[in-house]
Design a protein around this ligand. Structure first.
Ligand SMILES: NC(=O)c1ccc[n+]([C@@H]2O[C@H](COP(=O)([O-])OP(=O)(O)OC[C@H]3O[C@@H](n4cnc5c(N)ncnc54)[C@H](OP(=O)(O)O)[C@@H]3O)[C@@H](O)[C@H]2O)c1
Length: 270
């Protein structure tokens, strides 16, 4: 079993915000025999885990870095340097897994100093329900075992893909930001249901479940054109709706959303 790789490890998480909380909850639910250490500037975020016997609340990032075997960094990109430089001397022989968007492995290695092992990850907020899409790549000193361990940890919050670092901006656009684009589409479809007379709760649930169905069919091997062919009968309702989408360039708008988000990620990383 994959999670056995994390057995007996002390896993520290710095930054118990949206993503840090989701990762910790996922790990608590799926990885036995590991212990967790957490630190954050916000005491109330830490206190949410006060009753968890496997979680130790640390008073500082330094305390956490001393005690943990593996560190997950889940603070905002602008705070990364400020967090890493003071703990760098404590990171000998420890793995850093960073989820900070747009902070390259080279930059992480620069803050930590020579020879330090880093893995960079781009998760998405689906992590809150165990459906993150996480893409990871390794820095110049990390080894296969580090990548495997990161895979185990990220598997606790969803699916994991191993990619080249140069593709990280595309992943940021496609899944990091893309989950918000799909939420907009679902919301718009629900609005249409309301416009035509459905109660909003029902319309939103049905639109979301329809999106799940489409996603599962595609993941099961039906390509989008097949789904279209199975749904659109001649002169019917689906082809009329597809015509409306074509006339409003919905495909181009969705492509633009991902392309612009990718470009913005590249701009931010310059
Ligand atoms: N949210 C997403 O959808 C998403 C997706 C992919 C990647 N990410 C990445 O994940 C990281 C975290 O994002 P998030 O949305 O979880 O942010 P968040 O909710 O703001 O969580 C970050 C937490 O770190 C704390 N913090 C700041 N400075 C600290 C320090 N010096 N020591 C310890 N804790 C500190 C923050 O406290 P204060 O609020 O007091 O500063 C906050 O509680 C970011 O780098 C982001 O790029 C996020």
């Amino acid at each position: 079993m994959k999670s056995a790789r994390a057995k007996g490890k002390k896993i520290g998480i710095i930054g118990i915000g949206n993503i840090g909380t989701a990762i910790l909850r996922g790990l608590l639910a799926t990885v036995d025999d590991a212990r967790f250490l957490i630190s954050d500037l916000r005491r109330e975020s830490l206190n949410a885990f006060a009753g968890e016997s496997r979680v130790e609340i640390c008073d500082s990032n330094e305390e956490l870095a001393k005690k943990a075997d593996i560190l997950i960094l889940a603070v905002k990109p602008r705070d990364v340097r400020m967090v890493l430089e003071p703990i760098a001397p404590l990171m000998t022989d420890k793995l850093l897994i960073s989820v900070a968007a747009g902070v390259s492995t080279a930059e992480l290695e620069r803050y930590l100093g020579e020879g330090k092992r880093v893995i960079r990850v781009m998760p998405n907020i689906g992590a809150r329900v165990g459906e993150s899409v996480s893409a990871l790549c390794r820095g110049s000193n990390a080894v296969d075992e580090d990548e495997e361990l990161a895979d185990v940890i990220l598997s606790a919050i969803g699916s994991v893909y191993h990619i080249k670092e140069r593709d990280m901006d595309i992943i940021t656009g496609l899944s990091g930001s893309g989950i918000a684009f799909l939420a907009e589409v679902i919301d718009a479809m629900a609005d249409a249901g309301v416009h035509e007379g459905l109660p909003r709760d029902l319309a939103l649930t049905i639109a979301a479940r329809t999106a799940i169905g489409a996603a599962r069919l595609i993941l099961a091997g039906d390509d989008p054109a097949t789904i279209k062919a199975m749904t659109a009968s001649p002169g019917g309702t689906t082809i009329r709706g597809l015509y409306a989408m074509e006339s409003r360039a919905v495909r181009a708008a969705m492509m633009d959303a991902v392309i612009e988000a990718t470009r913005r990620s590249r701009e931010m990383n310059k």
